[in-house]
Design a protein around this ligand. Structure first.
Ligand code: SAM
Ligand code: GLN
Length: 293
């Protein structure tokens, strides 16, 4: 394989951008900057201040190896081992789901749901890299944040991220609600793709663990039992905030209503497809409060 011909950082950037554009990546210029800075291990300021300087051979070799992986469709975050989520630098690696921009909106909705509630008990189901749980703990240090997952690889990475960021989250290797109760908020980006999606899935999904993506023939194999368990684990008035597949928004909304959730609504993502489900557990019945139930 030929090394990039570029001799200076400026020409390296141009070369990288052209190669990435030819691959059809969505933002070639931005991606070129990210790869170039990472190869030279420099901050943006240092990199741009030295644009006329030569690029060491080792950095050019690194970039060529990354480009080869990018050509095979590997996502840049996985190549560099790092992703940014809600401004938090997260370590990522193969075998654990990469945090997505649409999940940042989920975190905003989750934070709204506990606004004004002092020291809330929060659970992130299927935490993956820890993205949601850590972003919530960062924004709400007073919250007691739990996070569950079934994947040992995910929990190991999530714990590393928590340690590196100094954010105490309680990680549990257990399915769904992990036997917790008295929760003020259950938030999750569960696996939600219907199995049939596999046939037409974009190439980058082949780099993700299957158990993070697919949820049975209808995509509801995790979300349904999750809602059912959340109904029992939430305090009266507690909230659930889920990310979902737009084709399932109506079905899952109806299921939430059947379970007795109130204020059930779906909200759109940036592409205006219904992507999030919000629901509130009913307030305690007066009879229950008085011990008459
Ligand atoms: N929350 C992370 C995020 O948004 O980036 C990861 C979400 S990923 C789509 C789904 C995660 O759920 C995976 O880490 C997977 O291992 C986990 N998972 C799948 N089934 C589960 C279950 N029954 N209970 C708990 N976690 C589960
Ligand atoms: N948002 C992912 C995708 O469509 C799917 C994630 C999930 O199943 N939670 O690529």
């Amino acid at each position: 394989m030929t090394k990039p011909k570029a001799k200076t950082r400026a020409s390296l950037l141009g070369h990288l951008e052209a190669r990435l554009r030819a691959l059809g990546v969505p933002s070639p210029a931005a991606e070129a900057r990210v790869f170039a800075r990472a190869a030279l291990e420099e901050t943006p300021e240092a990199f741009f201040a030295r644009l006329a300087e030569p690029v060491p051979e080792a950095a050019r070799g690194r970039i060529e190896a990354w480009l080869a992986r990018r050509e095979r469709g590997e996502p840049p975050a996985l190549i560099l081992g790092e992703a940014e989520f809600m401004g938090l630098p997260l370590k990522v690696r193969p075998g654990v789901f990469l945090p997505r921009p649409e999940t940042e909106r989920l975190v905003e909705l989750a934070l709204n749901a506990i606004e004004g509630k002092p020291s809330p008990r929060v659970l992130d189901v299927g935490t993956g890299s820890g993205a949601i749980a850590l972003a919530i703990k960062k924004a709400r240090p007073d919250a007691r944040v739990f996070a569950s997952d079934m994947s040992e690889k995910a929990l190991e990475l999530a714990r590393e991220n928590a340690r590196a960021l100094g954010l105490p989250v309680e990680f549990l290797k257990a399915p769904l609600i992990a036997g917790l109760s008295g929760l003020d908020l259950v938030v999750a980006n569960p696996p939600y793709l219907p199995e049939r999606y596999r046939e037409t899935a974009p190439r980058e999904l082949s780099f993700e663990p299957e158990e993070a993506l697919y949820a049975g023939p209808d995509g509801l194999a995790v979300a349904r039992p999750l809602l059912l368990e959340a109904r029992r684990a939430l305090v009266p008035g507690g909230k659930v905030v889920l990310e979902l597949d737009p084709t399932n928004a109506a079905l899952l909304g109806r299921f939430a209503l059947e379970l007795g959730f109130r204020e059930v609504c779906t909200l759109p993502d940036l592409a205006r497809r219904p992507r999030y489900l919000l629901a509130r557990a009913p307030a305690a019945e007066l009879a229950g409060e008085l011990g008459l139930a």
